[in-house]
Design a binder for this molecule. Structure first.
Ligand code: GLC
Length: 612
């Protein structure tokens, strides 16, 4: 058969289209080879002191002298939840990172530092950054593209400050809503972690770790943190291995497949043995069976919890497979980073930690740094820094917010509100409070009510903007003066918390603040239609809220972009989200997951959600 000119052209076009992919694949393989060569080159040149320095991550506030970064050839610095630099603007954060990086590059081998923060719902320690919905809301969206977009914008705002490592995503499967970290989980079912965890990894790491705007993901907390008995934070997950694998492992399997480069060990225990010292789970299962090729970082002083003897604790955790140790303490404090380095060196010289374990840990860290081309892009990116908090980024977050809101009740079709009403009352302490709207891990570790961050839009402001000057929008924090209005939006919610401070047990329950319930009651007494918006990190006890509200919108912890909530309240977006948790009627029903039997008595089932 003779080849016509047309056929030849088609072939050439086809080949031209295919070539970049083939080249791309070859380039990826070449990138990996180059990265491996670079990592091996560094490793071969390193002294034992430099290797142990590479395994040491120090909190920014632990330093008396940042020069220790150079002297000790430290591999990483973090800013823990409350260790922000004094200047928390994007410029201040960029300076903190860049100063630390410059000191790392002064060390003998000039191995770049990797700087880590808890960017768990946006670059949430930076004033003016865009704060996204916490994972519980992203779980309600059921939408991997929403999760990926949120993570990608988070990565861009991080790279603007030079920070290339996020301690996220948390792929905990929160099984007991008493747990203070329920909102960091995508929900009570493993399939949510398995689908949305990798989406977050994709968003953070981008198409390739080699890209200048990639951010290393850190999937956490390995493994079973959301399954502890009674939802005790850092508690004990009691189950057989089949249940551990079936419920708590899928998020890791999927995220590793997605190429996650780091994993954080959990404070919690499995059947009484702490994860930070669990060789079978961290080495045999995670690195062996699952083939995880990145590195494992400890949690904040997580190693210390293994033994009152710091050296014994180090021995157990490094031999279990922890590769980098997160150390909050500095000179003059207990279990500080100098002690860590000295004691680990002793353990190697005594043969208790094999040199091969050190080399494995260090090579894992170096390989990631080489694959990220950190040496080529060690500093903050001014162009991306200028886009922190940009209108473009906020629009992405607004769309995410819309897709996280679950409509639980809508009697008499009170929602969507008409835009041609004359007077709307917006009530409740949370109606105009960006801090409550964002929740924990926002600027401060625990978050806080009030104007905690600049640039956001509260529900009140969003409704005023959307309804315009033709509608009288009255703010009444305590709910008074609602009579005569066409309708009311009452915004209530949990006050911010993080980690163990959010645990609810021993008489503390998931009820809502009295001020909020009082405001709702007052508005109800005005006899007008009431739509209640609930900010919470988990299902809360609705109690009187149910009968006092014609409509109820579960908004979770939506972050700075309150416009997304106004979009749903006013019908510019029809609710699509579904519950990521079974919603209990009472504390006695918790845990109330489908498998626990109590779910059938629950107020709303997993997956529930109405629309217009
Ligand atoms: C915290 C958390 C962990 C966080 C780390 C650094 O205690 O358990 O999620 O990444 O410390 O702030």
């Amino acid at each position: 058969m003779t080849m016509t000119a047309r056929m030849v052209t088609c072939l050439l076009v086809w080949a031209a289209a295919l070539l970049p992919m083939v080249a791309g694949v070859r380039a990826c393989a070449a990138d990996d080879d180059a990265a491996a060569k670079k990592a091996d080159g560094w490793l071969a040149a390193m002294t034992l002191d430099e290797k142990i320095g590479q395994m040491t991550q120090v909190d920014f506030k632990a330093f008396k002298d940042l020069g220790d970064i150079t002297r000790l050839s430290l591999g990483s610095v973090l800013c823990g939840g409350n260790s922000d630099p004094d200047d928390i603007t994007p410029a201040g954060w960029a300076k903190a990172q860049d100063d630390c990086q410059a000191l790392a590059l002064k060390a003998r081998l000039k191995i770049p530092l990797i700087f880590g923060v808890d960017a768990v719902h946006g670059h949430n320690n930076v004033d003016g950054a865009v704060i996204f919905p916490h994972n519980v809301g992203l779980g309600a969206s059921r939408d991997p593209s929403v999760v990926e977009k949120a993570a990608r914008v988070t990565a861009l705002e991080m790279v603007g400050t030079g920070i290339r490592w996020a301690f996220a995503p948390c792929v905990a499967v929160a099984r007991n809503e008493r747990w203070g970290r329920t909102y960091e989980s995508f929900g009570e079912r493993p399939e949510l972690a398995a689908e949305l965890g990798p989406a977050a990894v994709r968003g953070l790491q981008g198409d390739s770790l080699a890209a200048a705007d990639s951010v290393l993901a850190c999937v956490k907390h390995f493994v079973g943190d959301g399954g502890t008995t009674n939802g005790v934070d850092q508690g004990n997950t009691e189950c057989d291995e089949a249940a551990l694998r079936q419920i708590h492992l899928p998020g890791y399997v999927a995220s590793i497949k997605q190429g996650a480069g780091s994993i954080m060990a959990s404070y919690s225990s499995w059947n009484g043995k702490k994860l930070h010292g669990h060789k079978y789970l961290v080495t045999d299962l995670l690195k062996g069976e699952l083939g995880f090729g990145g590195f494992v970082v400890s949690d904040w002083a997580g190693v210390d919890q293994l033994s009152p003897d710091f050296k014994a604790a180090i021995d157990q955790s490094i031999n279990a497979g922890v590769d980098m140790v997160m150390i909050p303490n500095g000179p003059g404090q207990k279990n500080n980073y100098v002690e860590f380095i000295d004691k680990l060196k002793e353990l190697v010289n005594e043969g208790k930690v094999p040199a091969s374990r050190i080399d494995d840990a260090v090579r894992r860290i170096l390989l990631i740094k080489a694959r990220m081309n950190l040496a080529d892009h060690p500093y903050s990116d001014p162009a991306l820094k200028a886009k922190v908090g940009s209108a473009e980024h906020r629009e992405v977050a607004r769309d995410c917010v819309r897709k996280t809101l679950v409509l639980l009740k809508n009697d008499r079709k009170v929602l969507p509100l008409s835009k041609s009403i004359k007077k709307l009352v917006v009530a409740g302490p949370a109606a105009n409070d960006i801090g409550i709207q964002c929740g924990g891990w926002t600027i401060a570790w625990q978050g806080k009510a009030g104007d905690v961050i600049h640039g956001g839009t509260t529900v009140l402001a969003a409704l005023k903007e959307a309804l315009g000057p033709g509608v009288e929008v009255v703010h009444s924090a305590d709910g008074s003066g609602a009579a005569g209005a066409d309708a009311a939006v009452v915004v209530i919610g949990e006050r911010p918390y993080a980690e163990m401070f959010g645990d609810r047990r021993g008489g503390k329950d998931l009820g809502l603040p009295a001020d909020d319930l009082a405001a709702l009651k007052k508005v109800r007494e005005a006899g007008i239609p009431v739509a209640t918006v609930v900010f919470s990190g988990r299902p809360v006890l609705l109690g009187p809220v149910l009968e006092s509200s014609d409509a109820i919108l579960a908004a979770w912890l939506p972050g700075t972009e309150g416009r997304g909530i106004a979009d749903v309240l006013l019908g510019d977006y029809k609710p699509t989200a579904k519950l990521p948790h079974t919603w209990p009627r009472s504390m006695e029903q918790i845990p109330c997951n489908p498998e626990d039997g109590a779910a059938s008595e629950a107020l709303f089932p997993f997956g529930f959600g109405l629309s217009y």
